[in-house]
Design a binder for this molecule. Sequence first.
Ligand code: T1G
Length: 678
Amino acid sequence: MSVVTTNKLQNILEIISDSPPVNALGAAVRQGLVDGIEQALSDDEIEAVVIRCEGRTFFAGADITEFGKPPVGPNLGEAIDRMEASEKPVVAAIHGTALGGGCEVALACHYRVAVPSAKLGLPEVKLGLIPGAAGTQRLPRVVGAEAALPMVVIGNPISAKKAAAIGLVDKVVGEDSLADDAIAFARAQIGKPVPRSSAGNANQDGVKNPAIFDEFRAKNGRKLRGFDAPNAGIEAVKAAGEMSYEDGVAKERELFMKLMSGTQSAAMRHYFFAERAANKVDGVDPKIDLIPIKKVGVIGAGTMGGGISMNFLSAGIPVTILEMKQDALDRGVATIRKNYENTAKRGRMTAEQVEGAMGILTPSLHYDDLADCDLVIEAVFENMDVKKDVFGKLDEIVKPGAILASNTSYLNVDEIAAATKRPEYVLGMHFFSPANIMKLLEVVRGEKTADNVLVTAMKLSKKIGKVAAVSGVCDGFIGNRMLSPRQQQANAMLMEGANYWEVDDVLLDFGFPMGPFQMSDLAGIDIGWHRDETRIETMRDALCAKGRWGQKVGKGFYDYDESRQRVPSDEVKELIAEWGAKEGKEQRDISADEMRERMLYPMVNEGAMILEEGMAQRASDIDVVWINGYGWPLFTGGPMFWADTVGLDKVVAGLEKHGLPVCDLLRSKAAAGEKFNG
Ligand code: T1G
């Protein structure tokens, strides 16, 4: 049975796709669409056509699993061109998310109707691509270049309401009557001349004011730095105003093919599937009974506890937040409210949503109030004795069957679990600060953590908008463990004469948002400092003793001007030279290539050891951790995918050249010409 069927209702033909999970426009769906369109065009009784999908969504784009393979089946662009050329009105009936090729199918229809909850978008740029079925040429002709730019270049979907406002959707219909309303709408168009997006002329705003393209590029410079696709998207939208439709489609094709064959798109498509794979626990039936999480307890109302609480409150899950002292509790609750109110000020929440979230927050000074929680997360001081005491209390008070999670960033979760009589219900949930913003969540699986407890935490992480990856119990889990060798090499190179700002620039040029010394200044050099200015045992002590505590005091490794721009400091340069002399290291010029190899290759080696020890389920999880938690540039696919792109043999040779360790797994994979990812 074809995944696309047709249904003739007197003079209307419905073309219906039913291809779970998202009606991706794979070969079979495209063939079914072509056959349906042929049937509509050849049957004289048919006077109008409705295209719709069963299941959760209208076509959600081309089938990404087909990319990189020889093309099979009919070409989407040709199929929808043929449809658009028809004189019979064709109506797209949209629900769910009409994305990418799905939005392009809708654009080639003469009309688009959508339910209020529907979204439309062209997210190809998030895969390192641009639309490849004339989306960059039809959309500006319907909504104008200015409205098309964010959709093509940033790639976020828009609501049906917004789509109707800019002319992309002709009518917003009943949430539960899409099929009927679409048929009624189609009937009403019979006999009228059909409007064609490819003939539209709303794209002239970019011709009248060509500045909009450079202005858009400049406004989004930071966000798009290093990515190739966004600029191609701008060029394609610009072409829609300057060229004939046919020439514009050819220009789009040229830009699309160049991106498709590049490493950035391969990396970003890898990431698309990696993020989804990370949520799965190997060897466990995904249909395992989950523990319903209806009420969450958070211990600690400081920065972490408050941020953690917001994740659940924003997802509509009630939170009881616990502190030991009233003033700390009040401060914590006030901070949560302030954060929400700031979000509302930026128009990303309504006042009702703020009150809704605050309305399900229960402050408390008593452990007993956590008794009926289904999950309790502690975010108390990073000290094992303190954690053990907290978990011992929780074990006594919280109902049996509830999950007890630690937000620890490095302590041994098994040791914490041993402080309870329910180790199978204990795991780590390592949030990253600020916890209400950072997407990464390392879910730390203890030796005794039960499968259903782990899967519950993974599914819950998706519900609260986090990207989670499972880590085993090891020092620093996945992210911080790999940060450590990078930091060691960065510090070592300073002692050998490298300029710290050049070390930072190497990682900035690679695509990181900042380098290691900028990161230290931002986090605070004085974190963990003993505060005794007379006790100078390390270079960090020396910096702190000189009041160089970081950006927060205007100086750390760098001096910061009033606009927080970093300025290299001669004082720090001299201080480093002193410490380098003490270490007796030969001072020399270190090339940018050597800096990059010495900081990034040891991370790959550490990642390989993490895999060797079973501390991560798969190499792509490591990519997910570093992209979401530490700013590894998405367009390289993450440390392990990047190493595959470089070539593991080259990574091994580089490590050996710099006298750095190579673990067995990395060595054996390099020798066998294998990759970490597939
Ligand atoms: N192709 C293949 N599989 C896809 C897919 C796609 N486009 N979209 C989703 N899946 C799979 C996904 O891997 C997962 O599989 C399952 O569906 C549920 O997805 C020509 C060239 C639609 C908003 O970029 O944004 O069109 O893990 O877990 O959270 O110009 O999926 O269950 O085995 O994400 O409800 C453009 C990508 C393609 C849309 C649903 N389209 N998808 O989110 O479920 S390029 C996209 C999404 C293109 C044209 C160009 C989301 C979603 P599994 P999910 P969800």
